[in-house]
Design a protein around this ligand. Structure first.
Ligand code: SF4
Length: 382
């Protein structure tokens, strides 16, 4: 079958180093490092490995001044197009911007520091750093960490706070006169990713979108969930860059790029894979892809072991979230029936928003089994 030009929304073009996205440019495929950012040799090696596998842009997480300092050495070790994830600390922007091509900030994390300072001033500081260093910006909205004021305003709706946050921040950047930005709206539920991106694209058809299903989890389920969202969005012309987030060890990170390229190729050729109709009513294990913040290298094994342990419950409509760190772990496990988030030497186990306890990496599995048995028994009785 011959590839037809994919329909593309009339987004404006945004240059990110030597890559240009939007305005009909090829859809860029991204990935992210999961090494400790201060381990410069390992991080450069992983970046080069990802580029070799076909990544157009590689993202790195930076949480501290020491991470920011390591970026200078990383920049010197690779000519890859680099993006940096500021997460909680927007004040690092001036330190990181000279070494990267794009800065991602999360609007939901801007309230963590300097609580009395207006959000607009914090965004202005990021924009100032980006413009001085010729950087693009990504406004990266995430379901698990939306602006608390918007979450309060729309108490029974998880999509509206994401869309309103993205639109508000796009308007702030407009007012600041900075148009080199893209937006992402990520959730672990593909249906919500589709709806949030569709609504944003309707309102702001000019803004390039970076697509992703966050915490998609272990392959093959992680690829299937991502495919559900990407097929729907890409075939409607929505999406200028993509990332498939998979929970895999570093030596299998190329699978993120391969899955992304395969989905793009399939959509271009009109090959849409059938999706099990009852996917959302079966056991759903969501897990983050891990990054430099991961608290313990045993995280990927933990996610794999959770999947094996819970296989007996495949037919039940239960969501289990497995997260690698304290940054996103506590918030992004809240909506799951059972949640695990990693600390350096133990794992926190939650039932919904309630913390059950902290267990060693070995002991958490039998405790999880106990909780899952109870949950299933309760569901059978109801
Ligand atoms: S949950 Fe933590 S370790 Fe996992 S990808 Fe997110 S920030 Fe990284």
């Amino acid at each position: 079958m011959v590839a037809k030009p994919m329909p593309r929304n009339p987004t404006r073009s945004v240059s990110i180093g030597r890559v240009t996205v939007g305005d009909g440019h090829p859809i860029a495929v991204q990935s992210m490092t999961a090494t400790k950012t201060q381990d410069v040799a390992a991080t450069v090696a992983l970046i080069d490995y990802l580029v070799e596998a076909g990544a157009d842009i590689v993202r790195i997480a930076v949480d501290s001044k020491s991470d920011a300092e390591a970026l200078a050495a990383i920049r010197g070790g690779t000519d890859a197009v680099l993006s940096v994830d500021l997460q909680e600390n927007y004040r690092l922007a001036p330190l990181v911007a000279p070494h990267v091509d794009k800065i991602r900030y999360n609007p939901g994390h801007l309230h963590h520091l300097e609580k009395s300072k207006p959000i607009r001033d914090k965004v202005a500081a990021v924009v100032d750093a980006a413009s001085r260093s010729d950087c693009a910006i990504r406004i990266g909205v995430n379901c698990g960490s939306v602006d608390p004021a918007l979450a309060e305003k729309y108490p029974n709706d998880s999509i509206a706070p994401m869309v309103r946050s993205a639109v508000e921040h796009a308007e702030i950047l407009d007012e600041l006169g900075y148009d080199r930005f893209v937006v992402s709206l990520k959730d672990s539920d593909p249906a919500k990713v589709i709806e949030a991106n569709r609504l944003f694209a309707e309102e702001r058809p000019d803004v390039p979108l970076h697509l992703g299903v966050t915490e998609a989890g272990l392959p093959p389920d992680g690829v299937i969930k991502t495919r559900i969202a990407f097929e729907q969005l890409l075939s409607r012309g929505i999406g200028d860059t993509i990332r498939v987030s998979l929970t895999v060890p570093n030596d299998r990170k190329h699978e993120e790029i391969e899955a992304g390229r395969q989905i793009l190729d399939d959509v271009a050729h009109g090959r849409f894979r059938s999706v099990p109709a009852n996917l959302s009513h079966r056991l759903n294990i969501i897990s983050c892809p891990s990054c430099s913040r991961v608290e313990n290298e045993a995280f990927v094994d933990l996610a794999q072991n959770v999947k094996k342990l819970c296989k007996y419950a495949e037919e039940f409509d239960v969501t289990i979230a497995v997260m690698g760190c304290r940054v996103n772990g506590p918030g992004e496990t809240d909506d799951a029936d059972l949640g695990l988030w990693c600390a350096p030497t133990f794992v926190n186990l939650k039932r919904g928003e309630e913390l059950i306890g902290a267990y060693s990496y070995a002991d958490v599995l039998p405790k999880l089994r106990e909780e899952l048995d109870e949950l299933i028994a309760a569901r059978k009785d109801s």
